[in-house]
Design a protein around this ligand. Structure first.
Ligand code: GRF
Length: 203
């Protein structure tokens, strides 16, 4: 299976996925890492790993539709079976999302369906919840909705801030995201309505 990973910045989740794919010898290949920002730090890591990289600069397009069309063309040029959004900070058009139905996933730094959108750590602190987390989900047209593949949580302690929560969560993200992608490439994820069933798992 061919995986294309989309990033906008640091790309630590992308790195975790690349490393897991190599060390666990997945039946998959990271076909490309594509960024909408030319200065995304993660591009250098991918290039150093010998992974093809490409930039489709969102700023260069007059509207969402034309950017998404160009991005789609770039992704399909790599014959992607799976599109992985890893810190990709763009809202995608319904046409784009439908083109990759059930083969595009995202990681969101909250326990969905709580706290969609941006500033999720602050949203959690403001709400006074005692647990916070991260969610890997298939992407649907509605932002931060879509069938949930996996979640991980951390307890919010006295004195936690946006930064400490982001740090604690990142560790968890790097565990659940590679695992979810692996289940996909092994053909174990089945979407039934709003639910994801993991085939052949004891979990
Ligand atoms: C992660 O916290 C992800 O959940 C959020 O943006 C961050 C991306 O980090 N959407 P990285 O680029 O994978 O290091």
């Amino acid at each position: 299976k061919k995986i294309v990973i989309l990033i906008s910045g640091r790309g630590s989740n992308m790195q975790a996925i690349v490393q897991a794919s190599q060390s666990q010898q997945w039946p998959a290949q990271i076909a490309a890492v594509i960024s909408n920002k030319p200065d995304a730090a993660g591009l250098a890591y991918a290039a150093a790993q010998g992974i093809p990289t490409s930039v489709v600069e969102s700023k260069a397009f007059p509207n969402r539709e034309s950017f998404d069309a160009a991005l789609m063309q770039a992704i399909d040029g790599f014959q992607a079976d799976l599109v992985v959004l890893a810190g990709f900070m763009r809202i995608l058009t319904p046409q784009f999302v439908q083109h990759y139905e059930n083969r595009i996933m995202n990681i969101h730094p909250s326990l969905l369906p709580s706290f969609i959108g941006l500033h999720t750590h602050q949203q959690a602190l403001d709400a006074g919840v005692k647990f916070h987390g991260a969610t890997v989900h298939f992407v649907t047209a509605e932002l931060d909705h879509g069938p949930i593949i996996d979640q991980a949580c951390v307890r919010i302690e006295q004195g936690d801030t946006e930064d400490t929560l982001a740090q604690k969560l990142l560790v968890k993200e790097h565990q659940i995201y590679p695992r979810a992608v692996r289940l996909f490439v092994e053909g174990k994820l089945v979407v039934e309505g709003n639910r994801v069933i993991v085939n052949g798992s004891d979990a």
